[in-house]
Design a protein around this ligand. Structure first.
Ligand code: ADP
Length: 368
């Protein structure tokens, strides 16, 4: 019952109950004094009747007013006390409590809204803590990943200065290493720049209709040419009669696929076999990029899309890498409204899947 209704009813009660009470008192007292005890309707009996009636009426009035005021104020003051206690806790930065109310009035509603607000504040606080932790981890990883090649460059330059590279061959080797390491740093900084722009959502996306069949056909052609020297293979599995048109930013999509293929080539211990297949999944086109490389253990799979995450085997190997490739891919796919995930078996290979929303099916062949 709403507070307004309760107040109106209690006010009506404060008038009606005493009136009924007065009548009852009058009837009962009159019956007792004048009928049961045969009192005279004048003189001492009448004045006794009037005095008793006055006392009884004051009693009825006090009790009715007291009880109704107590009931109404209790139903208002108690939830207000609860809310004030909760507000005090929040002001002290304590969000670990729970507010509950079964009341069906405005205060019950306010209490439940307050509880939702508390839960949201708690979630925001936890997200802020997590974000701060991530930021600190990110700074530590960036510092580490930039410091390592820089230390190596400094070492080689010092070696040259101290005359350690005392033959033209040695000097060339030192210079090559310095150049290669500086290039790696350059690549890392580029990736970092891209990652932070994606993270801050400062990178514009230009969506267009892209036919994935032709997109990957071109890609596979280039890749096969590259793999020919190593007798590796790259194939595309898709039905040319189906329409694989999606809404995508062509350049960013290329970046995603390049990152995935680079990983497939990097984490490989045998003759390279890369298969790209196109499927449909509800309103999406599902892309699978499969390799026959070293695979990823089940322990690592949940983390590989996190920034700077590198598995132990890749950290210890000579393959360069920032640990940003997959997190960049994830951010780009998310900006397309898609999802990306991995499935892998150690020693057998890895499949990376991602989805992209289907574009206009009638527009086949318009943009490839
Ligand atoms: P990195 O720059 O280290 O390659 P990524 O974010 O691209 O960073 O990948 C994260 C980690 O996931 C890699 O360090 C590697 O251990 C693992 N990984 C990614 N793709 C593959 C793959 N195709 N085969 C095996 N391991 C992979």
């Amino acid at each position: 019952m709403s507070i307004k209704k309760r107040l109106v009813l209690s006010n009506i009660g404060m008038i009606i109950i005493p009136i009924i009470g007065f009548f009852l008192v009058e009837i009962i007292l009159g019956y007792l004094i004048f009928v049961v005890f045969h009192g005279e309707p004048d003189g001492a009996d009448l004045s006794r009747f009037l005095s008793f009636r006055l006392v009884a009426m004051i009693f009825v009035l006090t009790i009715t007013n007291g009880l109704l005021t107590y009931y109404v104020s209790r139903s208002i003051i108690k939830p207000i006390q609860k809310l004030s206690f909760a507000a005090k806790k929040i002001s002290e930065d304590d969000l670990d409590f729970r507010l509950q109310s079964k009341q069906k009035d405005e205060l019950g509603e306010l209490t439940r809204t307050f509880e939702i607000m508390r839960q949201k504040l708690k979630a925001a606080k936890e997200a802020q803590i997590k974000y701060e932790e991530n930021r600190q981890e990110l700074i530590a990883s960036i510092s580490h990943d930039l410091k390592t090649p820089l230390t190596s460059i400094k070492g080689y330059v010092k070696g040259i200065q101290d005359g350690v590279a005392n033959t033209p061959v040695k000097l060339e080797r030192y210079m090559d290493t310095i150049y290669k390491t500086a290039n790696e740093m350059d690549g890392l900084i580029d990736e970092l720049f891209l990652y932070s722009k994606l993270d801050l959502k400062q990178l514009p996306f230009y969506f267009e209709k892209v036919d994935l069949y032709f997109f990957f056909k071109d890609f596979i052609e280039e890749l096969s040419f590259h793999l020919e020297k190593e007798q590796g293979t790259a194939i595309l599995l898709a039905n040319p009669d189906d329409s694989y048109i999606v809404e995508a930013d062509r350049e960013k999509l290329k970046r995603v696929v390049t990152n995935l293929i680079q990983n497939s080539l990097k984490y490989m211990d045998k003759q390279k076999e890369i298969t790209i297949s196109l499927h449909f999944k509800n309103a999406d086109v599902l892309v699978e990029i499969k390799d026959n490389g070293i695979g990823i253990s089940n322990v690592d799979i949940p983390f590989i899309f996190e920034s700077f995450y590198r598995t132990d085997s890749s950290r210890n190997s000579s393959t360069g890498g920032s640990g940003l490739g997959l997190s960049i891919a994830k951010k780009i796919i998310a900006a397309h409204g898609g999802e990306i995930w991995a499935d892998s078996e150690l020693g057998k290979g890895t499949s990376i899947y991602f989805t992209l929303r289907k574009g206009d099916i009638h527009a086949k062949n318009i943009d490839h």
